[in-house]
Write a protein that binds this ligand. Structure first.
Ligand SMILES: [Zn+2]
Length: 111
């Protein structure tokens, strides 16, 4: 099985909200941030699923995955989107709207 390319949700806004004990940028908990590099693909996908229900940071857009319909945040307009950590999809891929991290990961592995 190929290694997951699921990107880290970190968007470089690494300040902790003392009220919720989560990152103001990516809304992960300290545990999720610390465990990220050890998580397998399903574990990372679960974190992304949870983050899909969180408010998006300023400048970000809330989108729905063109593949599975899952909600996720897109920071392309803010210049800090998680998808910039991933290689671009080959041009042959039919151009649809953005994919959530899990579907983009799957699409990259199909390519
Ligand atoms: Zn999806």
């Amino acid at each position: 099985m190929p290694a997951s390319t699921l990107p880290s949700p970190c968007i470089g806004v690494c300040t902790l909200d003392p009220a919720t004990q989560t990152c103001r940028g990516c809304h992960r908990t300290l545990d999720e941030i610390a465990a990220w590099s050890r998580l397998d693909a399903p574990g990372k996908a679960r974190v992304w699923q949870r983050l899909g229900a969180q408010p998006v940071p300023p400048g970000w857009q809330r989108k729905r995955c063109a593949g599975c319909g899952a909600p996720f945040g897109c920071g392309a307009a803010a210049g800090t989107c998680w998808c910039m950590q991933l290689p671009p999809l080959p041009v042959a891929t039919p151009a649809i709207d953005c994919l959530c991290p899990a579907c983009l990961d799957a699409a990259l592995h199909r390519a």
